[in-house]
Design a protein. Structure first.
Length: 478
């Protein structure tokens, strides 16, 4: 798939090109055009024109039909989307076919359905004494789109997380300008093809490629014509976008990084806890914001848990690479740092050797660490790789203190057979999502997002529709 911009219904390749590198073996997949400030300006202008034209006058039924048409288009090109996602990210084929592409299809269909579940809220009330009117008034609330929405999507789940924002933004009647990660442009370009085929009005959806600082990302998030920004990515980038958006007081929705804890109590089903932690720490080689990097285990089962987790990590095969050479070096630098800080390496701790073309790629070993103090950088800082540190605790209060002692607060897991403990502990963990005896079990209607440095706002179901639209009160005196 050739990466191209999509602006005002036209595919174009303006700007200097940069190489797209396959993370599996380090080969060059192709080139990507870097959007100039002019390309970004054109995209925002096209989005504004769409709002003032046919897209701005569409009703609920038309928008729902458009979303369903996009979902059908993705489904019709299922294999192309899976192949493009695999090439860009290096993830296992099963993951792309069972998670990435189905969720993208589901996102568009879910928000088409949700459009019919938002009745106008109307009520008749007496006008209070301080009002200049008399009698009663009919008040009702309508929701209008925010306008031009900039969406910045990450490289780890590029198709899933971009459609997670695009679908509700379009459902609410906004016009979208998407900038995907420069590492993973292919499925975004393919999505633009599908949207073009679906017949959405020119400018309703626009796509620009490029980097972040002093480039397309900064041009877009600081653009005076952008009415809202939705971003998923690391916390430092979110802070930079917030500064960039501040001059125009642009509304933001951020899903940011995490240093997610797991609490394993001695009464837990240890088989399930080990299995769940293998999934939560090593899925997609740890390159999911929800992955567990800190595991706290009650002391009576600590040694057994560590042994079993280490054995499972050593036995893992078929895991994917880091997204880039730079990210691989970042993760390996934390492995070295952990050793310098005094860690015991239970499993992994380096780079694998395959003896084939994968040795030219960006792989690292699934790694289990113990023995670090809570002040260690490898415990405090998000690594975003296939690694977790395991530490013991003795009491419930200590477990909560350890879990909550973090600048992040995205997701957590609690493993226990004690129902009272589950209900007691879960609300006290300072994260936006708490899973009990499971991980990443997601109902797309529920609120999703983090606290502290892990984000601002909530996504999912009605919560996304609330962000991408604005309530307007209409008061009519009777």
């Amino acid at each position: 798939m050739k990466a191209e911009h999509y602006v005002g219904g036209v595919f174009r390749s303006d700007g200097p090109a940069f190489p797209l590198i396959a993370p599996v073996d380090g080969t060059e997949l192709g080139s990507v055009p870097e959007a100039t400030r002019e390309v970004v300006d054109d995209a925002v202008t096209a989005a504004r024109a769409a709002l003032q034209g046919p897209w701005g006058s569409t009703g609920v039924e038309e928008r729902a039909a458009a979303l369903r048409s996009v979902a059908d288009g993705i489904e019709a090109r299922f294999d192309e989307f899976a192949d493009a996602e695999i090439a860009d990210t290096g993830r296992p084929r099963e993951f792309a076919r069972t998670v990435d592409v189905p969720r993208a299809i589901g996102n568009f269909r879910a928000y088409a359905d949700l459009l019919y579940g938002r009745p106008e809220r109307a009520y008749t009330t007496p006008i209070p004494g301080w009002s200049t009117g008399t009698g009663e008034a009919l008040n009702y609330t309508v929701r209008r789109p925010l306008g031009v929405v900039a969406i910045i999507s990450p490289w780890n789940l590029p198709l899933l997380l971009s459609t997670w924002k695009i679908a509700p933004a379009l459902a609410c009647g906004n016009a979208v300008v998407l900038k995907p990660s420069e590492e993973t442009p292919s499925t975004a370009t393919l999505l633009a093809r599908v949207i073009d085929d679906a017949g959405l009005p020119d400018g309703a959806f626009n796509l620009v490629h490029g980097h972040g600082p002093a480039a397309a990302g900064e041009f877009l998030t600081g653009h005076p014509g952008v009415d809202a920004i939705a971003f998923t990515g690391e916390s430092a980038t979110g802070a930079a976008i917030m500064r960039n958006a501040a001059d125009h007081v642009t509304p933001i929705s951020f899903e940011l990084g995490g240093k997610n804890p797991a609490l394993v109590f001695a009464d837990a089903d240890l088989d399930a806890a080990v299995d769940g932690t293998v999934r939560s720490s090593f899925t997609h080689s740890g390159q999911i914001c929800l992955c567990t990097e800190r595991v706290y285990v009650e002391r009576p089962v600590f040694d057994e848990f560590v042994t079993r987790l280490g054995e499972r990590a050593e036995a893992l095969t078929g895991y994917g690479p880091m997204i880039s050479a730079d990210h691989r070096e970042k993760v390996l630098s934390y492995y070295r740092l952990a050793r310098d800080e005094g860690a015991t390496v239970v499993a992994g701790g380096g780079a694998p050797a395959f003896g084939d073309e994968r040795d030219g790629g960006f792989h690292v070993e699934p790694t289990v660490l113990t023995g670090l103090p809570e002040t260690a950088r490898a415990v405090r800082e998000e690594i975003f790789g296939p690694v977790c540190h395991v530490a013991p605790f003795d009491t419930e209060d200590e477990a909560l203190r350890l879990a909550n002692d973090s600048p992040y607060g995205l997701a957590s897991t609690v493993w226990t057979r004690d129902l009272s403990r589950a209900h007691r502990v879960a609300p006290r963990v300072e994260t936006g999502v708490v899973w009990v005896n499971c991980w990443n079990l997601r109902d797309l209607r529920t609120p999703f997002g983090g606290v502290k440095a892990s984000g601002i706002g909530r996504e999912g179901g009605e919560y996304s529709l609330d962000f991408f639209s604005e309530p307007v009160n209409v008061c009519i005196q009777i």
